[in-house]
Design a protein around this ligand. Structure first.
Ligand SMILES: Cc1cc2nc3c(=O)[nH]c(=O)nc-3n(C[C@H](O)[C@H](O)[C@H](O)COP(=O)(O)O)c2cc1C
Length: 186
């Protein structure tokens, strides 16, 4: 049931070294590509990376920008980062057996919205396969796009490190339905 997958899914930032079957990764992309998109343009591209050397390069590029981002963080953002034990170091870029880079083709209207709907589908499909991820949005997507030779009209939306969870924590609380729903009038 979709509700059960959505309810159980949670972000994971620590991964086991066990390598998931590539067919499971491809299955999640098969699900993602069924998402709706503006004009049915299907403005997404999924780049699977399992080469340790490329993963290492991505980690170095991302961490350089993360360090600056963390130094500047303040207020609610800083609080969130501290309580969730999130640092500028992104070990998951190395430890997750796969990095799935999702790009949107900016030549199409609503490319960002459409691509993120497909990412949502993909997250539920990962849950179905007992795989975990974090929707990692690096501060410097352009530098990473260049590293992997993405055409300039493809924008890197997210990096999904994918593998089996190596952490146990409770899911973050969600609001109650009566806090977020109204009828006829906001
Ligand atoms: C659009 C988006 C961007 C996010 N970016 C990051 C990120 O850059 N780094 C990170 O560690 N988590 C990131 N997250 C994960 C959220 O922090 C996480 O989904 C949220 O705290 C709820 O926790 P849960 O997924 O375990 O329910 C992002 C999530 C979304 C939806």
């Amino acid at each position: 049931m979709i509700y059960k997958l959505a309810k159980n899914r949670k972000t994971v930032r620590k991964f086991k070294s066990d390598v998931p079957n590539i067919d499971d990764i491809l299955y999640t992309i098969k699900v993602a590509k069924e998402a709706p998109s503006g004009m049915n343009s299907q403005p997404w591209h999924f780049l699977i990376i399992d080469d340790p050397q490329i993963k290492r390069k991505i980690k170095i590029i991302a961490e350089k920008a993360e360090k600056t981002f963390f130094e500047k963080a303040k207020g609610k953002l800083k609080e969130f980062l501290i309580t969730n034990n999130i640092s500028w170091e992104k070990e998951f870029l190395n430890s997750a057996p796969y990095l799935l880079l999702v790009f949107s083709d900016i030549r199409f209207p609503f490319s960002k919205e459409s691509t993120w709907i497909s990412i949502g589908y993909l997250l539920l499909a990962l849950e179905e396969k007992n795989l975990s991820t974090v929707t990692y949005t690096p501060p410097n997507p352009l530098e990473i796009s260049k590293l992997v030779n993405a055409p300039k009209y493809y924008k890197l939306e997210v990096i999904l490190p994918i593998g089996y969870s190596n952490e146990s924590k409770n899911k973050q609380k969600r609001k109650n339905i009566d806090e977020i729903v109204s009828f006829n009038n906001f």
